[in-house]
Design a protein around this ligand. Structure first.
Ligand code: ARG
Length: 570
């Protein structure tokens, strides 16, 4: 049950009657009343009538008696709605009986591609890949829970000229020695790079390997597969530690589109969209100009005849639409690639490969900053290794758990440390507007108070401990009594889950879900302090247990959608 939707549905016919045409009134949660709509203001402007008069006319016609205690005009012409406690109690009781917490499976499932993580073979994942992985996985979880057909695509960087030097370096080292370097991908890459820069003979061998790789030479391909496989295995260990749903089957690297690159060029050519520019084959999509006012090219084939990143993305897009039947394409990639995706989508649009109802969205995100407010760097000045960061999170969280509860045994402490440490990293990411940068601050992320994973996880454990001590969960038939403001506020918040889940499914702005869960936990904490549960009797006790249980279930489901675990104890 979605309260916003319920009230919107009640107001819609009244607005239509006043306007003489359909109006879509928006209803928002408001601190003044429970809900507020400003739709009368816009309508009044259109009709040239006083806004308060319009608002009153709408209220006179709206059928709200069974749900609202107060429905009134306020300020310049807002419609303020306060729910009746009885209605609220009834809705919360119904919610408690719903396994899906008021969020139905969609009746209109879409095939959604989520392109995320996308690390590069023989290179360490960096924090940008962390953000992509965490955000993309939240999108997968939310859309999947709503019943959409979600296809995870891990667009692994597994192709291109650097593989010449990587393979040549692998041959120099010997396969056995190379095997040891897993976990030091950057070291391997750097060594290859410096030989490439310093040694002309090596450079020549690397160049030949590129030719051999592209030509399908079996031995070169085998060595390439070895490198790819090794990196994949390594990335899978990171995914496992990070608790994300990506598996081996989800790798669909750049090389998967090799056979389709030629068709991208021939088809664009047939459509008359290609231009030669300094030897390269390009499309100049309208509306993209550089600072100098000159049109920007999307290079589909380089001067040397090779295809690059843009051609691969065009081929991938076509395959996702035509073969996978996707109607929504999500690309979870850092904001520096904004222009790349805008141009790829524009060209795909020009070519007719991307057209409504199919939509492509670049879900861009900002950077992770160090405590000094600059790009996060390791002590040595290089980029931070993701595993090191995650290991540090788990170590710190485990130590904190031990200090809080010295009686924890080894296994319990490890399990809590992992759930809290990884949860804290993910939550810090998902609780900020993804388009912004954020500072990685261990103290803040791991704090038991504030908008943090541990705070929410802790609230969850409190609900569990109340229920454990009560010995039984109230049946769904238990009535709800909203005798105090704290109970009412908690009940009201519980009813907001559906709206926020629908919103994040649409916008992938997961900080709204995080903010919601934080509000819910805060309301619960007030309720917990002011409303004794176990010491209450009869109906009141049952009602409070129901609210406690429902809070716990909502926190658990909400955190699960963000990919965060909820231990039973902390
Ligand atoms: N491998 C790329 C990188 O590290 C990310 C791939 C993103 N996905 C895509 N379809 N281009 O920047």
């Amino acid at each position: 049950m979605d309260l916003e939707r319920l009230l919107t549905d009640r107001l819609t016919p009244a607005f239509a009657a006043v306007a003489g045409e359909p109006v879509a009134p928006t209803v928002r949660r408001s601190p003044r009343a429970d809900f507020q709509s400003d739709a009368a203001l816009a309508l009044a402007r259109r009709l040239g009538r006083p806004p308060r008069e319009i608002a009153q006319a709408v209220l006179d016609r709206a059928d709200l008696d069974d749900v609202c205690a107060v429905a009134e005009v306020s300020g310049p012409g807002f419609v303020n709605l306060t729910l009746a406690d009885g209605a609220l109690a009834g809705m919360v009781a119904a919610l408690a009986g719903d396994e899906r917490l008021g969020v139905p499976v969609t009746g209109d499932p879409a095939t959604v591609i989520v392109d995320y993580s996308g690390p590069n073979v023989a290179k360490e994942m960096h924090v940008g890949h962390l953000r992509s992985t965490v955000i993309g996985d939240a999108a997968v979880r939310v859309l999947g829970w709503l019943g959409h057909r979600v296809v995870r695509v891990n667009h692994l960087g597994d192709w291109g000229t650097p593989f010449g030097m990587l393979i040549a370096h692998l041959v120099d080292l010997g396969e056995a020695a190379q095997e040891l370097s897993i976990g030091d991908l950057d070291g391997f890459y750097r060594a290859a790079r410096s030989k490439f820069d310093a040694d002309p003979a090596f450079r020549e061998r690397a160049r030949q390997r590129v030719v051999a790789l592209q030509g399908g030479d079996p031995e070169t391909r085998r060595l390439w597969r070895l490198l790819v496989g090794q990196s994949q295995r390594y990335f899978l260990t990171v995914y496992e530690l990070l608790d994300v749903t990506l598996t081996e089957e989800d790798f669909r690297g750049e090389s998967a589109y090799n056979d389709r690159l030629g068709a991208v060029v021939t088809d664009l050519d047939r459509l008359g969209l290609l231009t030669d520019s300094a030897g390269a084959t390009c499309v100049f999509p309208p509306g993209f100009v550089g600072r100098d006012g000159v049109g920007l090219p999307l290079i589909v084939r380089k001067g040397d005849g090779g295809y690059g990143y843009p051609a691969t993305d065009l081929a991938a897009l076509r395959s996702r639409v035509d073969e996978l039947g996707a109607t929504r394409l999500l690309y979870v990639v850092g904001l520096p690639q904004r222009q790349h995706f805008a141009m790829v989508f524009a060209v795909a649009g020009q070519a007719g490969w991307l057209r409504p109802p199919v939509r492509a969205e670049h879900l861009g995100f900002g950077s992770v900053l160090g405590p000094d407010g600059r790009m996060l760097r390791s002590r040595a000045g290089g980029s931070v290794k993701l595993v090191d960061l995650l290991t540090e999170a788990v170590t710190r969280a485990t130590a904190l758990a031990r200090t809080r509860d010295p009686d924890l045994d080894e296994a319990e402490a490890a399990e809590i440390g992992r759930a809290v440490g990884i949860g804290a990293v993910k939550y810090a990411d998902l609780s900020t507007d993804r388009t912004r940068d954020y500072v990685l601050d261990w103290e803040r992320m791991l704090a038991l108070d504030g908008n943090t994973a541990p705070y929410l996880q802790y609230a969850y454990t409190r609900t569990r401990s109340v229920l454990r001590r009560a010995g039984a969960v109230p049946g769904p038939a238990a009535g709800v009594v909203l005798g105090t403001p704290a109970e009412r506020a908690l009940a009201f918040e519980l009813l907001g889950f559906a709206a926020v889940v629908h919103e994040v499914a649409r916008t992938a702005q997961f900080h709204h879900l995080a903010g919601y869960l934080h509000r819910l936990a805060t309301r619960f904490s007030t309720f917990y302090e002011r409303c004794p549960v176990l010491r209450a009797d009869g109906e009141l006790r049952a009602s409070r247990l129901l609210l406690t249980d429902l809070t716990g279930r909502t926190l658990r489901q909400g955190l699960d959608l963000l990919g965060i675990r909820t231990p039973d104890r902390m």
